[in-house]
Design a protein around this ligand. Structure first.
Ligand code: SF4
Ligand code: SF4
Length: 272
């Protein structure tokens, strides 16, 4: 019960952003499911490529792979990719990870269980240098280029889960299960932190996007936020007030900060 409670109830007086994130995630993925099952034509396809009310939406990393594999991009692919890039430029690059991605949700649950297991000294957590994800990003693009097809999509847990939500069970879910087990017993947020090229691509966009987390002068660098952060390097490395790039805008740092020293900074206000 207390485990469940720690998932859903924010400390007294603090906003529980997780509820809003999960609602967003659930609604988007459920809309994919409903559109397919009842032919609603609202949000057709999967997170890899879809149409929202007829407008094409394509994951940017898929488009880069497509270009490298086939040396051309269909006009709908370009439009769909640009639409997604503009959207995440406005709402924050890696907002996709915390507010949309179904594997992000699963991984967050795994992280919670992993933390409990580590506290009880049942398992040990292993850490790596987060920069290896840039090597994986290049590696998967090389694979697309040399193989002439999207090799990464075979193991991409985001695509696998999104397809499973819409079309139902497939054997590819075994890959997701294996990743989940690695995250439970060995490495906290293994896929999201060290491998996922989708997150890395959105992270590039996050460097220039209009919504970011920002610290104010109340921050006494106690480090509580780093403990809950999916990508703690963004907090420990940030010399500036605005936290950029890899931040997933999950708001967990904001929930735990006892000084209310961190929050969303929305530059859209300044643009209007
Ligand atoms: S890093 Fe990848 S798998 Fe993790 S939440 Fe982001 S897009 Fe999803
Ligand atoms: S800095 Fe805060 S909002 Fe960004 S990923 Fe870390 S905990 Fe989430």
């Amino acid at each position: 019960m207390s485990f469940l409670k720690s998932f859903t109830v924010a400390k007294k007086g603090r906003i529980n952003i997780r509820i809003y994130r999960w609602m967003s995630l659930f609604c988007i993925n459920f809309l994919f499911f409903l559109s397919y099952r009842f032919d609603l034509q609202l949000l057709e396809g999967t997170l890899s490529g879809s149409r929202f009310l007829g407008f094409h939406l394509i994951d940017p990393f898929i488009s880069i792979q497509m270009f490298l594999a086939h040396y051309n991009l269909h006009i709908n692919l370009i439009i769909g990719t640009l639409t997604i890039l503009v959207f995440y430029f406005i709402v924050g690059g890696r907002a996709f990870c915390s507010w949309v991605c179904p594997y992000g949700f699963l991984s967050e649950i795994g992280e919670k269980i992993h933390t409990v297991l580590v506290k009880k000294k049942i398992v040990q957590s292993h850490e790596f240098n987060y920069k290896i994800k840039y090597l994986f990003w290049i590696f998967f693009l090389f694979l697309a280029f040399f193989a002439g097809y999207l090799v990464f999509e075979i193991i991409n847990p985001v695509g696998i889960l999104s397809r499973a939500i819409v079309y139902g069970w497939s054997f590819a879910l075994i890959i997701v299960a294996v990743l989940f087990l690695i995250e439970l017993f060995f490495v906290r947020r293994f896929w999201c932190r060290y491998i996922c090229p989708l997150g890395t691509t959105y992270g590039f966009l996050g460097r220039i996007s209009l919504v970011k987390m920002k610290r104010n002068s109340e921050c006494n660098h106690c480090g509580e936020c780093s403990k809950v952060c999916l990508v703690p390097h963004v907090l420990s490395e940030s010399k500036k007030e605005a936290i950029s790039g890899d931040c997933t805008l999950c708001g967990r740092c904001m929930e735990v900060c006892h000084k209310n020293a961190i929050g969303f900074d929305i530059k859209i206000k300044e643009l209007i």
